[in-house]
Design a protein around this ligand. Structure first.
Ligand code: NAI
Ligand code: 15L
Length: 268
């Protein structure tokens, strides 16, 4: 049967807030979880991914989980280790113990961020391109994907790992024209990932059907995802403000954009 009760971790964050608005229209009852209180949602669970007891309770009785909680940008390895690596392990363990069958994992383009971005006329980046994390952050999402594979192979727990491009109300950079996922398309893709049959562990690219797309959406479409949006209406304004991407600028050379060139963050 299609999942109905879904745990949404990271519900207070940007994407969590967008999905809280959009997913109930698909018939889901959302249980909310975040380290910080979710505004206007007194029933939300306020707990850290390090709290295994709270996680056991949070996952008990849900049909599926959308796992968004974690550090969403580059940070020190120690912080990433606790929130994204140990935190995602804690969530999967709780889900296994409570018999939850399906997870949708918010992975990221930064798992493959060091992949050269295609120039006009180049083939799109395939979903099985070698992993080339651009940050400790991207590395932690790569770990999450492997964890998902392990829990499928050992425990029969299914995951769709969505390598999200940039999911915000509007694209705000020229790079985002290529990787933008409109919130409405994000909800469509999460719905497909929750309901497709026999996904085992599937990795998909997560974006809208952008005119300037850099990566291949075939696997996402195979789940039943039909993107309806395109960033192109934003292109003229963003290019007028920021200029076209420059093939000689290292910030513009890779899928991961400036994540590949920002100075590393060392322990503090
Ligand atoms: P965000 O930073 O706005 O939200 C993350 C939420 O997770 C926050 O509300 C935070 O309180 C919570 N959180 C962090 N550490 C936690 C912990 N240890 N225990 C419990 N909760 C914790 O990020 P955003 O943009 O909403 O992204 C959501 C997820 O999607 C993240 O995992 C991010 O890596 C992933 N993602 C998002 C993209 C986007 O375009 N928004 C692109 C690619 C991936
Ligand atoms: C991500 O993984 C981040 O969570 C998000 O904040 C954006 O920076 C996005 O990637 C991106 O690459 O634009």
């Amino acid at each position: 049967p299609a999942p109905r009760t879904v745990l949404l971790t990271g519900a207070a964050g940007g994407l969590g807030t967008l999905m809280r608005g959009l997913l109930p229209a698909y018939g889901y009852e959302l249980r909310l979880f975040d380290a910080v209180p979710v505004e206007g949602e007194p029933g939300a669970i306020t707990a850290d991914l390090g709290d295994r007891e709270a996680l056991r309770e949070a996952v008990r009785g849900v049909d599926a989980i959308i796992h968004l909680a974690g550090i969403s940008l580059e940070s020190s390895f120690d912080k990433i280790l606790r929130a994204n690596i140990e935190g995602t392990y804690n969530l999967y363990e709780a889900a296994r113990e409570e018999g939850v069958r399906r997870v949708v994992f918010a992975s990221s383009n930064h798992v493959v961020g060091h992949t050269p971005r295609p120039l006009p006329g180049d083939p799109l980046i395939p979903v099985d391109a070698p992993r080339r994390p651009d940050t400790f952050y991207g590395l932690s999402k790569s770990f999450g994907e492997d964890l998902a594979q392990l829990y499928w192979d050992r425990h029969g727990m299914e995951t769709v790992s969505v390598r999200i491009g940039s999911c915000f109300p509007e694209p705000t950079s020229v790079r985002m024209l290529s990787v933008w996922m409109s919130p409405r398309d994000g909800a469509r893709l999460f719905h497909a990932a929750l309901t497709a049959e026999g996904v085992r562990h599937t990795v998909v690219h997560g974006s809208s059907d952008n005119t300037r797309l850099w990566w291949d959406l075939t696997t996402a479409r195979s789940l039943g995802y039909e993107p309806k949006d395109d960033s192109e209406p934003y292109a003229a304004r963003l290019i007028a403000e920021q200029g076209e991407l420059d093939p000689d600028n290292p910030d513009h050379a890779h899928l991961g954009g400036h994540f590949c060139t920002d100075p590393p963050i060392w322990p503090r």
